[in-house]
Design a protein around this ligand. Sequence first.
Ligand code: ADP
Ligand code: MG
Length: 300
Amino acid sequence: MSEFELINKYFDWGAGIGDDCALIDVGIHQQFVTTVDTLIEGVHFPVDTSPVDIAYKALAVNLSDLAAMGATPNYFTLALTLPNIDEQWLEDFSSSLKALATEYNIKLIGGDTTKGMLSITINATGTIQGVALMRSGAKVGDGIFVSNTLGDAALAWQQIQNQKIPSRNLLTQFNHPEPQVKLGQVLLGVASSCIDISDGLEQDLSHILSHSKVGASIDLDALPLSNEVAQYIANTGDWCVALAGGDDYELCFTVPESQLDTIQSIEKKLGVVLTKIGVIVESGLEIKGLDKTCQSYQHF
Ligand code: ADP
Ligand code: MG
């Protein structure tokens, strides 16, 4: 049984799970969103990752889910399980967490502290001015876009596992992914659907497709790649690093033709690169130029 089969079989009780965040109506034109993510040592980050990087990533991945809905972050809780008390570790962890929380104006309002294998669970909440970006709004003919570049974090992780030291750029994307909170907010009313790419483009886009009941045609040559990832693919032919690597924390979103001009002004305003990688079609997922299937990350 896969991770998603497990969730659907035992925990989809009909109240509306399935998007990057859960949406709760709290008044007319005001929605509240909530999301939770766990990071476990040895699974989500290598053993001996610095507390600075662990804290950053634990909050950033939640901010990324808020970004995918177009939300403005407001509060979070922190459930921390530690093997022992190491004050230097805690000092570094807490300063790093506080710095990111301050940057995104999100306040720590509670949590839980327990002893056990190192794991960090953060529940983050936010509000939405208008109508949330969801996985379900893509329509045939919409352009499919992604922000910045794909595959950097996955290549860094692969190099770490092979005892190589990744470049500074790759390491930054792996340890300090920038949650696209501003981008999500300006896409409200512009994008027809959105998801953050935490498990790899192919799998995350397929969530948009199933929720929207449409298909997609993707152009492999259009995928935005850093020099390192482009070079790696040129050497190995392994496109899966960009399509299925995971941990990108960029946004994948769809845009109706009438809003395409707005995308260029958003790029200029925010200084992000937004690349059209394909188009929404009736059904299926065609990746033009790919001759094999990639295995995206699932826990089971
Ligand atoms: P994301 O990658 O955006 O964090 P996931 O892939 O972890 O989302 O989860 C997919 C969907 O299933 C989300 O809407 C999430 O809230 C929901 N989900 C995951 N695990 C559970 C669970 N144990 N109980 C209820 N809902 C769950
Ligand atoms: Mg997500």
